[in-house]
Structures are given as structure tokens and as C-alpha cells.
Design a protein around this ligand. Structure first.
Ligand SMILES: [Zn+2]
Length: 157
């Protein structure tokens, strides 16, 4: 067996497959191939240790466990200023749209029905926005209510 044939045969071995008798005989007498095979085996071992699947076990479970137990909370915070600005923009648009030429024209063309539809739409928008604000700020809202209650009780006394 020639050295090139040995290396080619060694590389074509499946994971854990034993080399043939001819290959073993060659490596026994050829120091160069023996060292080459040992170096390749070390490389393969290194690659196997870096692979995400070890012993066929999926690492997803352990990674998710680490994420679950980590204390970091990845939540994008919307500041109070942004909430108030959003609410202000909605309220301002409700007021300002009354003076819009398009609204005046649509009122003239469609009459009262359009007025009702627009009022309901704005009502739904402002209600949803406020609901999201309250739901996402439950703790702060609770604190605020307790403060208001305490102030009221103090005021009554
Ligand atoms: Zn050789």
C-alpha cells in the first residue's frame, strides 16, 4: 500500500470504523503515515468536541435552560414620556381633524353617518391605546391609585 492510498483510505473511514488490515500493516511500518493518522485523529476529536450535537444529544434543551434561568430580562421599555406623547398625539388629532378640509367635505357628502363612524373609530383607538398603557404599567397604575387614595383619605380628615 502506498502512502497516498493509505491517507485516502484513512480519510474515507466512517466515524469509529476500524482501519483495514492492510492499512494497519502500512501504518505499522510507515512512521510518516502513522504520525499523519494520529494528527488527523486529534483533529477529528477536536472537531467532535466543538460540534453542537454531542453523542446525538441535542443541546437546545440545556441552552434554553440557561436562558430560562438567566436573570436578564429582554424587554424593550417605552418611556412614560413616549406614552404621554402618543396619547397627546391621538387626542390632538381627534381635536384637529374637526378643522380638516377633508373632514368638512366628507361631512357634507356623507352626513351624520360619517361623523358617527369617525367618532367610534377615534374612541376605539384611544381606548385600545389606554388599555395597552394600563396593562403594560399595572404596577405603576396600582401605586398611583394607592397614592391617590392616601391623599384623598388625608384630605377628608
Ligand atoms: Zn506511508
Amino acid at each position: 500500500m502506498k502512502c497516498e492510498k493509505f491517507i485516502a483510505a484513512y480519510l474515507s473511514l466512517d466515524n469509529g470504523q476500524n482501519p483495514s488490515l492492510l492499512m494497519r500493516a502500512h501504518s505499522l511500518f510507515c512512521k510518516k503515515c502513522r504520525e499523519e493518522a494520529r494528527a488527523l485523529a486529534l483533529h477529528f476529536e477536536e472537531i467532535r468536541s466543538m460540534a453542537p450535537m454531542q453523542n446525538g444529544r441535542d443541546l437546545a434543551e440545556s441552552v434554553m435552560g440557561i436562558i430560562k434561568h438567566s436573570r436578564k430580562v429582554y424587554v424593550k421599555k417605552v418611556s412614560a414620556f413616549q406614552w404621554v406623547t402618543g396619547e397627546g398625539i391621538i387626542l390632538a388629532s381627534i381635536v384637529l381633524v374637526q378643522f380638516s378640509p377633508a373632514k368638512i367635505w366628507l361631512d357634507a357628502v356623507l352626513g351624520e353617518a360619517f361623523h358617527i363612524i369617525m367618532s367610534v373609530t377615534f374612541g376605539v383607538i384611544i381606548t385600545l391605546f389606554t388599555a395597552v398603557l394600563v396593562i403594560t404599567h399595572m404596577a405603576e397604575c396600582n401605586e398611583l391609585l394607592i397614592n391617590v387614595k392616601n391623599k384623598f383619605v388625608e384630605f377628608i380628615r
